[in-house]
Design a protein. Structure first.
Length: 475
């Protein structure tokens, strides 16, 4: 007989080291809705979702989960879940609607209230300052192609740090700059929809610089919580390990996806790139030393998101990337290959927990003592879930995914594990709620809680029960 979700949660609870932090994560644009409320300005993502054909089924985030009006209900769900911490993001356009200037007090009030509600429920707030919703005026002025955007981000960080700095437990400056650079500016499948390929690379530097300015701003504001950044890591393997071209392109993709975002933060310099492609990376190789000093300022923790590994082969492909069809990919001399040996998620991503251990081992090997304590700030999977006649959502594949992945991460950092020595302090499941999954609209559900997007009713899934048992049964 198969173990129930609760039994699996109880079994995993016994594996957790003491003091290990458990949480769930969300992002403002994906759940809040209320895009015109309380003085919020438009963001680059509002403009992108309004563009024909950009989002599956023409979905928009105008209502999303309506979290803006349902904070009390969502905090109550988290209290019932029994988690230690909640990672949410602050919508930059709610705080600085025009992209520059004074703060919108009603925007700050919303997050002030959320933070207080979390603390009253015994949940520590982890606030992400940027989860992709750039104020539209800044996007129109070039967005992350423009260095001034990094300066405006520092100003915004200072406003938020000044207001919430006495209560937020951890600050994440930027979430997944790699996704913004690659999907948003390189391939055009995310906002702002630019297909610049390698010409998108200045956006990597400007986001990292924004991170550096935000670290300075938060420290100057005297925030009491820890400060870090979140990068998404995906171990990269060649389609054919005996094919030298596949090996070379896998190395190049590792640089593009992982190293250019982690090395400057943790080592203070961009990675070395093969001579043949040095011209393409020029915007990163010739940057002021003062920028690198700001980018590599010491952090209190490092946030790591893991979903799946990447397999790369030489030669152009059909233009597929993990977020679906990306026609610009077909212009590249490499492609992302399939993983037929693994089961896959609703998005078609391989379910490969052993590679999570590889991601952690790579972090330990590459960054050693330069790596501060690590929190898994996102891990999860989309599957097609539905309400059963018994009123429950039996998402057994998500239960399995979460149990296997957290267990693989814990095994990797144990004495004798592949990433022994890496100081892993916590794990945040993505996501609390089914939500607006960017270009895929509402078609990909990642939540521990099912959301009916017609009625907005919330129904905890079996994965919620598993996580609840995990949180409650810890010693
Ligand atoms: O939904 C996203 C999130 O916004 C960033 N990390 C990956 C998740 C799943 O695609």
């Amino acid at each position: 007989m198969k173990a129930t979700a609760e039994e699996l949660g109880r079994w995993l609870a016994a594996e957790l080291p003491s003091g290990f932090e458990l949480g769930v994560a969300t992002a403002a644009f994906q759940i809040e809705g209320a895009v015109h409320d309380a003085g919020r300005g438009p963001s680059g993502w509002d403009a992108f979702t309004a563009g024909p054909g950009n989002i599956l089924n023409g979905d928009t985030a105008d209502i999303a989960c309506d979290h803006f009006h349902r904070v009390a209900e969502d905090v109550a769900l988290m209290k019932d879940l029994g988690i230690d911490a909640y990672r949410f993001s602050i919508a930059w356009p709610r705080i600085v609607p025009d992209g520059a200037g004074a703060a919108n007090p009603r925007g700050l009030d919303f997050y002030d209230h959320l933070v207080d509600a979390l603390l009253a429920a015994g949940i520590k707030p982890m606030a992400t300052l940027y989860h992709w919703d750039t104020p539209l005026p800044l996007e129109q002025a070039g967005g992350w192609l423009n260095r001034a955007t990094a300066e405006r981000f520092g100003d915004y960080a200072s406003l938020v740090g000044g207001r919430l700095g006495d209560r937020v437990d951890k600050w994440v400056t930027i979430n997944e700059p790699a996704t913004v650079t690659l999907n948003g500016y390189g391939l055009g499948v995310h906002a702002p929809g630019k297909s610049l390929l390698f010409d998108a690379l200045p956006t990597a530097h400007h986001q990292l610089l924004a991170h550096g300015f935000a670290v300075q701003a938060l420290r100057s504001a005297g925030v009491s919580g820890g400060v870090g950044i979140t990068n998404v890591h995906s171990p990269v393997v060649p389609a054919d390990p005996d094919n030298l071209e596949d090996v070379a392109y896998a190395g190049l993709f590792d640089i593009l996806h992982n190293r250019i975002f982690a090395d400057p933060v943790l080592l203070g310099h961009y990675p070395q790139v093969p001579e043949l492609v040095a011209d393409m990376f020029a915007p990163l190789l010739d940057v002021p030393a003062a920028d690198l000093a700001a980018i590599s300022a010491p952090l209190d923790f490092y946030g790591l998101n893991y979903y799946a590994p990447t397999r790369v082969g030489a030669g152009a492909g059909g233009g597929e990337n993990p977020d679906g069809s990306a026609p610009a990919m077909a212009q590249l001399p490499f492609h992302l290959a399939d993983w037929p040996e693994y089961p896959s998620t609703g998005f078609g991503w391989p379910v490969a927990p052993a590679h999570f251990g590889t991601a952690l081992a790579q972090m330990r090997d590459r960054y050693g003592s330069a790596l501060p304590p690590v929190y898994i700030t996102e891990n999860g999977a989309s599957f097609e879930d539905s309400l059963s006649p018994d009123g429950a959502v039996h998402d057994s594949r998500r239960v399995e995914y979460l149990v296997q992945h957290l267990s693989a991460a814990l095994d990797a950092v144990k004495p004798g594990g592949r990433a022994e020595g890496l100081d892993l302090r916590g794990y945040y499941a993505w996501s609390l709620l089914d939500n607006f999954e960017w270009a895929a609209g509402y078609s990909q559900r990642f939540g521990l809680v099912h959301v009916d997007f017609d009625t907005l009713a919330r129904t905890p899934k079996d994965s919620f029960r598993m996580f609840q048992a995990l949180a409650r049964e810890r010693s």
